[in-house]
Design a protein around this ligand. Structure first.
Ligand SMILES: NC(=O)c1ccc[n+]([C@@H]2O[C@H](COP(=O)([O-])OP(=O)(O)OC[C@H]3O[C@@H](n4cnc5c(N)ncnc54)[C@H](O)[C@@H]3O)[C@@H](O)[C@H]2O)c1
Length: 399
């Protein structure tokens, strides 16, 4: 029996066939959504995207965007991600299997797909993507920037920067739940140093995004009118001290400022750049970030009860169909695309806040959706996926 190996809320293994099955289920959903994605005659974005570059396209929001591009629109997709390859005896990371499943299905269906397993922050990777696009005659009309990484080496200086999730200015403490044991604790974090704050901006801000757009334009592989989107998060007051007003929030502010710069730059050829503010979802790292698991699992419960819960693929479908395909693209007063309006709805947030106030170890199962959180977390590693046979140990190289 193959089962997840979870230590300190990190899942150390992945199930190849489970990862593939999850990707295939997203592909099926994107294909079924096709009539909804027919843009003909309706929008300024017509014809729809033909070639899409997804930076960080192996998992989470990047993968969902790639699935919608490749199988909703049948666009050629190039994905850059940094995943652990399997060996004969050891399984790789989930994104490695997700890419393999995506590429295999795309090949079967005659849709061009290439997945490069390279460090997206390196100039050599930009060169490789430009060379690939030139060789294949691809001009990207959409670039999705969905990298999430704890470290980045600056390609100009060779200095490696780290992105810590910390509050700024004052220490922070808040209720924390260990989703796997149900145990409650108070999580606390000391304020970031100036160096840590700058490090987060270097890693998760917009500098690298900008370098990508410049390199693609210089290499002649950015289509006229090309669009680019990067993902951000704001969230409720409850998480501001640790998130939006913390180191990651600083990085997101930088990303949003970069969107404005890129928007001005791309305007010369009719292109656009946006940040899209997305909903909080479970990803591979979610379980270890203080406070986030309790907020997300409470949010899941409330959104499911109100029948407005969405996963990454639902969000990506709405990003394309209701936002990018609309004319004009709807944005908030700061020029950002918003996909978090259901999460931020007043009734949803009031109920989440009420529950977070009341929650403790005795009532957590009733107030929060720990099971839903765990299920998404396990499925992101290829476990607990319906229809997958988990008997025996998987062959690391077979999906
Ligand atoms: N998960 C959420 O709740 C949430 C909500 C709103 C916005 N976002 C934002 O969406 C973006 C993507 O987050 P996610 O949750 O989908 O993350 P994820 O961990 O699922 O995906 C991260 C991707 O980045 C790739 N990556 C990391 N380092 C790399 C490197 N050096 N070179 C190449 N690829 C690399 C990974 O391979 C993976 O494809 C982030 O900007 C995040 O802040 C996430």
């Amino acid at each position: 029996m193959s089962s997840p190996m979870i230590r300190n809320n990190i899942c150390l293994n992945a199930h190849p066939k489970g990862c593939a099955a999850l990707v295939e289920s997203w592909i099926a959903r994107a294909k079924n959504a096709q009539p909804l994605l027919d843009l003909s005659g309706r929008t300024a974005w017509n014809p729809p995207p033909k070639a899409v570059l997804v930076l960080g396209g192996s998992t989470g929001y990047g993968l969902a965007s790639r699935v919608v591009s490749g199988f909703g629109y049948r666009a050629a997709t190039v994905c850059v991600s940094f995943e652990r390859e399997p060996s004969d005896r050891k399984v790789g990371s989930p994104g490695w299997y997700d890419n393999a499943a995506f590429d295999r299905t795309a090949a079967r269906e005659g849709v061009f797909a290439a997945s490069l397993n390279l460090d997206a922050f390196a100039d050599a990777t930009r060169d490789a993507v430009v060379a690939l696009a030139q060789g294949k005659g691809l001009e990207f009309d959409l670039v999705v920037y969905s990298l999430a990484s704890p470290v980045r080496t600056d390609p100009k200086t060779g200095v490696m920067y780290r992105s810590a999730i910390k509050p700024i200015g004052a220490p922070y403490s808040g209720k924390h739940v260990d989703v796997f044991s149900g145990g409650f604790s108070v999580a606390s974090a000391e304020p970031a140093t100036a160096e840590e704050e700058a490090g987060a901006v270097k890693v998760m801000g917009g500098e690298d995004w900008s370098l990508w757009i410049d390199a693609l334009a210089k290499g002649g592989v950015l289509a006229r009118g090309a669009r680019t989107v990067a993902f951000s998060y704001i969230g409720p007051e409850h998480s501001h001290a640790i998130y939006r007003n913390g180191t990651i929030g600083r990085a997101k502010e930088h990303l949003e400022a970069t969107a404005k710069e890129l928007d001005r730059k791309l305007a010369a050829t009719g292109g656009r750049a946006w940040v899209s503010v997305n909903k909080a979802l479970v990803t591979r790292a979610s379980a270890v970030i203080p406070v986030i698991p309790l907020y997300v699992s409470t949010l899941y419960k409330v959104m499911k009860e109100k029948d407005v819960h969405e996963d990454c693929l639902d969000q990506a479908l709405r990003l394309f169909k209701d936002r990018l395909a609309a004319n004009p693209v709807p944005v908030d007063s700061a020029g950002r695309i918003r996909l978090d309006e259901l999460e931020m709805r007043a009734d949803v947030q009031a109920e989440v806040a009420r529950r977070l106030e009341a929650v403790d170890a005795s009532n957590v199962a009733a107030l929060a959706d720990l099971e839903g959180f765990k299920l998404d977390f396990l499925q992101a590693h290829g476990f607990a996926v319906p229809g997958v046979d988990y008997e025996g140990e998987p062959d690391p190289r077979e999906i």
